[in-house]
Design a protein. Structure first.
Length: 150
């Protein structure tokens, strides 16, 4: 009986500490994670486009997926401590769907910046990454990492 009480107390303490964790703290950690994922994303983009001659939108899609996988692994281990979805498969599926929508934003803004506005594809990427970062954090926080659904 004492074990049940101890477990409940530990769980309550964990939830209390987690509830006190600020969204701004999570966003700052997400910026670090996003920075790491961006370095990989941008590096793959440049290597594929400049060194291998792959079309920049194809390179952008491949590099975005590399960044997505990195972001997921770092997000679940360091950024978000509370999960809304109990199944890791479902969580990754939702995380990926949000990422795929982010990829759509990525491709759209890369195209608009590069082909419509005439910017270098690397400049377009820098602008695009800021927009997609806000989308990804907001949706992931809201749908996946805001705590158990009631």
């Amino acid at each position: 009986m004492s074990t049940d009480t101890d477990q409940q107390t530990a769980r309550t303490r964990e939830l209390t500490l987690t509830a006190k964790e600020s969204v701004s703290g999570q966003f700052l950690r997400y910026l670090v994670v996003g920075g790491i994922a961006f370095v990989l994303d941008f590096g793959v983009l440049v290597v594929l486009t400049d060194a291998l001659g792959v079309w920049y939108l194809t390179s952008a899609a491949v590099s975005f997926c590399c960044g997505l996988a990195t972001n997921y692994l770092l997000s679940i281990t360091w950024v978000f401590t509370v999960r809304s979805v109990s199944s890791q498969k479902a969580e990754f599926a939702i995380f990926s769907i949000i990422g795929i929508v982010g990829l759509g934003w990525n491709e759209l803004f890369m195209y608009l910046g590069t082909d419509v506005a005439g910017l270098d594809y690397r400049v377009s990427k820098l602008i695009t990454v800021a927009i997609v970062l806000v989308w990804n954090f907001g949706m992931r926080k809201l749908l996946l990492f805001s705590g158990p659904r009631k």
